[in-house]
Design a protein around this ligand. Sequence first.
Ligand code: FAD
Length: 237
Amino acid sequence: MKQLTCPIASIENYNDDTRRIILDLPEPVEFKAGQYLQMVLPEKKYPFSIASCPHVQDQLELHVRPTAGSADSDRVEALLDSATELTIEVPLGDCFLTAAPKNTLILMAASTGITQMKSIIEFMAPEGFSQPVYLYWGVLSDKDLYMAELCAQWQQRHDNFHVVPVVSEPDTTPEWQGRTGLVGDAVLEDFDDLTNVTVFVSGGPAMVYATLDAFVERGMPEENMSSDIFSYAPRPK
Ligand SMILES: Cc1cc2nc3c(=O)[nH]c(=O)nc-3n(C[C@H](O)[C@H](O)[C@H](O)COP(=O)(O)OP(=O)(O)OC[C@H]3O[C@@H](n4cnc5c(N)ncnc54)[C@H](O)[C@@H]3O)c2cc1C
């Protein structure tokens, strides 16, 4: 892991709240698809998944979404409003992919958890998908699907790639025609048998551990699931 100060090449808004940040790398950084970095602020370090894939050597991409009512998030947002460079520590995390799995891959993301999956998908895409890949993306409202167009492009380009957006508060978006409910439940509706799948999950601890329990009950060997949460926020014994 190294600490670097990186010029901000660009910051653009995906929608009302989520921002896409591109950092120029002053030197090459070795990382694996799915790893994260920490933004170093004077008082604290904040973890953010790397949205770009390791094939891109000269820049890193981040997606940052504010958390309402969080002083930490306010600090990060204020920095992004004015900063011309960011100090980061990179790489971190043991939830990554170094080769395509030999069975069905389920990528399950809540909200900006999609960033980690983007890195993994873009890492695998040049080789194509020899096994089916399912991306389940859970959001509150369809306006949170800020990468919907890119997901549709992946699905168009790759026969074996399927994206399933799932909206948990459809009352806020009455025109939404797609899947509704909790993203983990959507996977369970689609897969009767999870004995031979590889799963990556990105989201908060409650969602990740509820998913682990439900998938194990459906037959998934516990070791087939990876998540940053397992090391970042271990389940109390
Ligand atoms: C490994 C990791 C990666 C993250 N990546 C991003 C990201 O790409 N974009 C972003 O906007 N925020 C991400 N976050 C959340 C981000 O670090 C916080 O939003 C930020 O620190 C401000 O604090 P907070 O009060 O909003 O959230 P906190 O209360 O510090 O964190 C919110 C909770 O949600 C979980 N969480 C939220 N988003 C993610 C995510 N994408 N992946 C894994 N866990 C998540 C965290 O584990 C935490 O328990 C990530 C968090 C972690 C642990």
